[in-house]
Design a protein around this ligand. Structure first.
Ligand SMILES: [Zn+2]
Length: 180
């Protein structure tokens, strides 16, 4: 995994394109939840689920289908007041889906563990991108205060936080130009 901070920050970046909308805060909150939720599958290590099985770490919960199912569930449960407006509903569902899918995308850029089961349930192959500059994150906060933890944070700063910040700045400039 990439660290929980990076997953949440990318979800913020995804939502930064919609800050003008009245439902932005709610969407942001659930987007962050969905962006970190896939790593709940580490519980599998404790209960004996093999890492490389479909429900092992980075398997089904990191897939595109699972991400969209979770986004649909959150939209149905917490965005009922948008049912009158198809556009609002679609926007919320899209932001939630992209935030959830971004988790697997970041993990596929890391340099450790098994790849990501993007295409579960159709294909259980685990995938990495050809280029993986992000140091795989340790599990647990205390591990960040070590030499390796600093290496992880530095790689995430360069390859995740800075590009996401650039994206947020560009989208803010763009939305300001549209208003003027
Ligand atoms: Zn993960």
């Amino acid at each position: 995994m990439a660290s929980i901070f990076s997953h949440a920050f990318v979800a913020y970046g995804v939502n930064s394109t919609f800050t003008e909308h009245p439902y932005w805060k709610r969407c942001l909150f659930f987007s962050i939840v969905l962006s970190v939720l896939p790593d709940a599958d580490v519980i599998g290590f404790l209960i004996g689920v093999p890492y490389d099985s479909p429900w092992g770490h980075r398997g089904a919960t990191h897939s595109i289908v699972f991400s969209m199912m979770m986004a649909a569930l959150v939209t149905a449960l917490f965005f009922r007041d948008y049912f009158q407006s198809k556009m609002r509903l679609l926007a919320a569902f899209t932001l939630l889906s992209l935030s959830a899918i971004s988790h697997g995308v970041l993990d596929a850029f890391t340099n450790g563990g098994l790849g990501v089961g993007f295409f579960w349930p159709f294909d259980n192959t685990r995938y990495f991108f050809p280029y993986h500059p992000v140091q795989v994150s340790p599990i647990g906060i205390s591990a960040f205060f070590s030499h390796y933890g600093l290496k992880v944070l530095l790689s995430e700063l360069i390859f995740i936080i800075l590009p996401t910040t650039a994206f947020i700045i560009v989208s803010k400039i763009y939305s300001k130009m549209r208003k003027d």
